[in-house]
Design a protein around this ligand. Sequence first.
Ligand code: ZN
Length: 142
Amino acid sequence: MHIKNFIQGRIIVARLEHGEDIISQFTALAEMNGIETGTLSAIGALSHADLAFYDQSSHEYGIIALNEPMEMASCSGNISLKDGRPFVHAHAVLSDRTGRTHGGHLISGTIFAAELFLQELSGLPLKRVSDSITGLYLWGNE
Ligand code: ZN
């Protein structure tokens, strides 16, 4: 188990840009504000999204392309450093016009409208390192 302690830093609230990619907007906001470690939550609507499911045997992501307007019923994630830069890891639950939901690892999404709360965590930054067991970049023990 890898455990670190942080104290709460700034809380940044943002309305994200229509037509932009949501992961890019999360990342840009972290970079603009010098946030290396944090948590985020967002709600809103996306006009297109790619979710993913990580295959634990093949260690590859399978893409779930959602090519229709979706409500972003929930989106939560975190920010830590990967290769020295802020890296966003986010998951989302998206619902279609019937209320049916799709969930998974959020690869990308075109913003129709989105509202973000970003909580900075102050302390030595979390850093992602390659993990041979899972094939993922997980929080390391630096
Ligand atoms: Zn994920």
